[in-house]
Design a binder for this molecule. Structure first.
Ligand SMILES: [Zn+2]
Length: 387
């Protein structure tokens, strides 16, 4: 250490890190106390190749090296453990990209001291302040309580808590439960952010508060709205989010880039999918168009096989009955032949044992009865199970 610069000495006054405070926030407070920039402070600690780069300061929160920690500890008298506690070192590398460089949400009680930036404000899966238990609000724009009525929030919160707990556990590498029974968190996020239908112009009901002229104007613009699965799993979000700000980024990026409203909806969706994966998947598949159905089925292939079988069987039960008689009645000519040929082929294949050995007349009679019974049998679309 050179003795010609006062900051090379142990600093005489060092504010204690606040609970849950980020390293960048504490360094900023420390620098302000001595009238220097954070880059300048780091330079005087003898660390940082590019001390003025804000990226470098942010990077210290991910990977505070032993040498850097020792230099800060020597100058400030803080323990290495206290310094590490201010970083995000406990998160798995894939989760670190989800942490906001600058917090985008805040606890109303913590907001009394705006100079202190907390780690929990930077994590997209934290919706309640760990210190006060208060609901976080976005730095800009309406609070969740302004988006949803109290009743809706009371209904959504338990799912959000469940989804947030899963996200937190995944980020700390404590997840992902029993992989043979539970879809992975990443595949659930892929499912929620996938499009189940082609983009389409907004429906009139999606532009609440707009005058008739404005609605017509929006319609005339024919601006297409992406149709993602999230609003199907969380219809409350569909109603609460502004129509053109409803879309979220795909997969994990949805958490990294999403607003408080969007990440809250994603956590609710994760909670609902974790609780009832079969029912939610069947609901989304039923609402999908052919392209979307194929896309969702592709994602479902990564889900555990027992779940896929249950989804397939539920879809068969819920699908509209194939009214064979009616179809034959309304079909004409070659169409009618085609319908009968497909049905008969199916029935012969499915009932090979029962039909074997029957004479021609008995076989036709049996086929007719089977076809009649099929009137109330379900139809399946794209199978969920991989072949
Ligand atoms: Zn707080």
């Amino acid at each position: 250490m050179e003795a010609d610069h006062p900051l090379r000495y142990r600093l005489p006054v060092v504010p204690a890190p606040a609970a849950d405070e980020r390293l960048s926030s504490w360094l900023a407070r420390l620098a302000a106390l001595y009238g220097v920039t954070v880059g300048g402070l780091l330079e005087h600690f003898g660390i940082g190749e590019r001390p003025s780069s804000s990226d470098f300061i942010g990077d210290l929160e991910w990977r505070l090296g032993a040498g850097e920690a020792a230099a800060i500890a020597a100058a400030t008298g803080q323990s290495l453990d206290a310094l590490r506690a201010m970083t995000f070192a406990e998160l798995r590398p894939r989760a670190r990209g989800l942490v906001a460089r600058r917090g985008r949400r805040i606890c109303p009680a913590c907001a009394d001291n705006p100079a202190i930036k907390r780690k929990s404000e930077a994590l997209p899966w934290v919706f309640w302040c760990p210190r006060h238990g208060a609901r976080m609000r976005p730095l800009h724009g309406p609070a969740l309580a302004d988006r949803f009525c109290g009743e809706a929030l009371a209904r959504l919160d338990p799912f959000a808590q469940r989804g947030a707990a899963r996200l937190g556990a995944w980020a700390s590498e404590e997840e992902d439960g029993d992989a043979s029974a539970t879809p992975s968190l990443v595949s659930l996020l892929d499912f929620l952010t996938a499009s189940y239908r082609r983009p389409s112009p907004p429906k009139l009901v999606e532009i609440p508060g707009a005058t008739f002229r404005e609605r017509r104007f929006h319609e005339a613009l024919s601006r297409l709205v992406p149709r993602q699965t999230l609003p199907v799993v969380v219809p409350e979000y569909d109603r609460a989010a502004p129509v053109f700000a409803k879309a979220v980024a795909p997969g994990l990026s949805a958490l990294a880039r999403g607003s408080l409203l969007q990440t809250y909806a994603l956590a609710v969706g994760l909670g609902r999918l974790s609780d009832a994966p079969v029912a939610e998947a069947v609901k989304a598949l039923a609402a999908s168009d052919a392209e979307g159905e194929a896309r969702l089925c592709g994602i479902l292939r990564s889900w555990p096989a027992p779940l896929r079988r249950r989804i397939e069987s539920e879809r068969r039960k819920r699908a509209p009955p194939r009214a064979v008689g009616l179809a034959l009645h309304w079909c004409r000519g070659s169409e009618r032949d085609d319908v009968w040929r497909r049905l008969a082929t199916d029935l012969v294949a499915e009932n090979a044992e029962r039909l074997a050995g029957l004479g021609a007349e008995a076989k036709i009679g049996a086929l007719m009865r089977l076809a009649e019974a099929r009137k109330h049998a379900p139809v399946s679309k794209t199978p969920v199970q991989s072949h």
